[in-house]
Design a protein around this ligand. Structure first.
Ligand SMILES: Cc1cc2nc3c(=O)[nH]c(=O)nc-3n(C[C@H](O)[C@H](O)[C@H](O)COP(=O)(O)OP(=O)(O)OC[C@H]3O[C@@H](n4cnc5c(N)ncnc54)[C@H](O)[C@@H]3O)c2cc1C
Length: 598
């Protein structure tokens, strides 16, 4: 059976010693009073909730799955899920970072995201129920009318109701411009929606009284393609003006998908049969409105893989210390045992350190992104808000794709540490691998994320936002350029920063002649950019650790940080050289292959 310990110490290191979040909060009136003790106390309680309430349900949820009663269209979630959700609501957890105007606690996004990392380590499938509600809350908060906000937000904030995002249809996933669900305007200002959605996470369940579906559909006179898509809020139960539940709406679960992982989460086929909904935002501008939810969900998906990387690492580490097999090549290490623990073998260490470096690098990046969102929402200076918004937009596809790809590498490596036992269910490792696999696919596949990064966010504005991140790297290089102890961390990012500028210009030039060059280079490009970002955070973490060591702090935590940073730069970061080479191989080798693919 796997175990899970919330990584509170590392969270505190990133928040308070690297990012110094509370110093930043002093400039934000909403968060000026939030201190480190408060944050730490909340996360300690959050960690208990994750490890004691939802983690014990993870394996059961996987084996039991969700069940649909076809006659009533109701779904029963795995044993214990409902009770855990009730505790979550009772504890006020859904309200953590929500707006106090709607009953929220108004705490920073950093706190909420750190809590979600732990929930995802504990039980990704369960966490998706409240996770999607938070995205629905954000979309309605940003684009809902006052009436919609009054009706839906307080109950999403309290957790009494949950939310979904209904985009995908059988014939369209990536290309939402193809969607066919129709919305007919009614005399009373509402709309009747008809169509079929598939793959809707948390689309039906027994955890909450009502489900607030955010649905993309087309108005009768809508232009073709993505410019004719509108967003609607369609509740499972119609809501009366006083907020009480009315009649059952015409939105039903027609089936549940049988899938590779996240079995505890209901992936629903949703039938809209004249369901009553109201328009969110402007007609035909649904994708822009939905982007609020999609961006939140993309960061949320990165957090899912971060959570799985951490829990897989913890279990692989414990196993590697316990499992004895063969002797160390450099001579016996455990004389009292018939063989050495496998942690003595260099390649086992490589697998463990890969997962550790990706978990800790991912934690630093996602916390930084959360801090940027706090700035974007609450900083009094408009320029700071705008810069933060642009950086979040740049980093979002990296959080989504780089962290989920790393999660795939890390959970597989951790399973490998277990040898054959990793493949056997009772150890729980194969579930982490299976659960992680969807994170590379949904919320826009990782290929689509890389096209978003290179095509839209880098080449689309001539690298202007990338330069903003480049400035952060340059600042650190300037700060530490003369510090010999930091050279092993600073030199690689300084060099890659320079190479990236040339590399980006080169692809931009080729793309000018042939747009397929973007598609051919994008996936490799995102991974190189991911390493530049991770490299920057690993250098900052090494800087913070070195300062403590130089000041005589004997806490082995700092030594561990430096060792992991060294491993990261020596063994993982150098793949950037190979990736730039494969990206430079260009489109021809992929596209002039009709015979090969005939
Ligand atoms: C378990 C699960 C839960 C989900 N939850 C939700 C949910 O809650 N709400 C929701 O609306 N949807 C949900 N989805 C749907 C998910 O977001 C889509 O499956 C995903 O966006 C991909 O769409 P698709 O499956 O239609 O694949 P397609 O769009 O058909 O893509 C197939 C392949 O082609 C590639 N491709 C497509 N276009 C391009 C391009 N322009 N350039 C290069 N490559 C391209 C893709 O990367 C992919 O590899 C879920 C899916 C699953 C499996």
């Amino acid at each position: 059976m796997p175990s899970y310990t919330p990584p509170l110490r590392d969270m505190q290191f990133v928040m308070h010693e690297v990012l110094k979040v509370t110093d930043e909060y002093k400039a934000m009136p909403r968060h000026a009073d939030v201190d480190a003790d408060t944050i730490n106390a909340i996360l300690e309680e959050g960690g208990k909730f994750a490890s004691e309430v939802t983690f014990p349900l993870n394996i059961g949820g996987d084996t039991e799955g969700c069940k649909l009663d076809k006659a009533t269209h109701e779904v029963v979630t795995p044993t214990g899920f409902k009770e855990a959700y009730a505790k979550y609501v009772e504890g006020g957890w859904p309200a953590l970072s929500c707006d106090p105007e709607y009953g929220g606690q108004g705490l920073p996004i950093v706190v909420n995201q750190a809590f979600y990392e732990m929930l995802n380590s504990a039980n990704q499938a369960w966490t998706m129920y409240p996770g999607l509600s938070h995205g629905a809350y954000e979309a309605l908060h940003a684009h809902g009318t006052e009436a919609q906000k009054k009706l839906y937000l307080p109950r999403l904030v309290s957790g009494e109701w949950t939310g979904t995002m209904c985009l995908t249809e059988p014939h369209c996933g990536t290309d939402l411009g193809l969607l066919r669900t129709r919305a007919e305007p009614q005399a009373d200002g509402t709309y009747r929606l008809t169509g079929n959605k598939i793959f809707i996470s948390a689309g039906e369940h027994d955890l909450a009284q009502n489900i607030v579906h955010l649905v993309l559909a087309r108005l009768p006179d809508a232009p073709k393609g993505s410019k004719g898509v509108s967003l609607f809020v369609v509740p499972k139960f119609n809501v009366n003006a006083d907020g009480s539940l009315g009649s059952r709406n015409g939105i039903f679960c027609g089936g549940l998908e049988h899938k590779m992982g996240i079995h505890g989460n209901a992936t629903a086929q949703i039938v809209l049969d004249g369901a009553v909904g109201t328009l969110v935002g402007e007609p035909n501008k649904g994708l822009q409105a939905m982007f609020v939810m999609m961006n939140a969900a993309r960061i949320g998906v990165g957090m899912q893989s971060l959570g799985l990387t951490e829990v897989a690492y913890q279990n692989a580490l414990a196993y590697a210390k316990d499992r004895i097999q063969m002797r160390s090549l450099s001579g016996t290490k455990a004389k009292d045992k018939p063989a050495d623990p496998i942690i003595v073998h260099p390649d086992v260490r490589k697998m463990l350190l890969t997962a550790k470096a990706y978990a800790e690098g991912g934690r630093a990046l996602t916390m930084f992104c959360s801090l940027l969102i706090d700035r974007e929402l609450h900083h009094p200076d408009a320029k700071v808000r705008k810069d933060a918004e642009e950086l979040v937009a740049l980093l979002t596809p990296i959080v989504k794709a780089f962290i989920t790809d790393n999660g795939h590498i890390a959970t597989n490596a951790c399973m490998q540490v277990f040898g054959g036992h990793g493949f056997i269910k009772e150890w729980g490792m194969e579930q982490f691998v299976r659960d992680n696999r969807i994170n590379m696919i949904y919320e826009g596949t990782n290929t689509v994320q890389s096209l978003d990064l290179l095509g839209r966010k880098v080449l689309g504005n001539q690298g202007a936002t990338l330069k903003k991140f480049g400035k952060l790297v340059a600042q650190l290089v300037e700060e530490e350029g003369v510090n010999e102890k930091m050279a092993e961390f600073i030199n690689p990012i300084a060099m890659l920063g320079d190479q990236m500028t040339k590399f980006t210009t080169e692809i931009g030039f080729k793309a000018f002649q042939n747009p397929d060059e973007v598609g051919a280079a994008a996936v490799d490009y995102l991974r190189v950019a991911g390493h530049l970002v991770f490299g920057y955070f690993w250098a900052r973490m090494a800087q913070a650790a070195l300062r403590q060591i130089d000041a005589g702090n004997p806490d082995p935590f700092y030594k561990a940080k430096l060792q992991t940073a060294r491993f990261y730069f020596a063994k993982l970061f150098p793949e950037t050289a190979m990736l730039m080479r494969t990206a430079r191989a260009g489109a021809k080798v992929l596209l002039e292959t009709d015979e090969a693919l005939s």
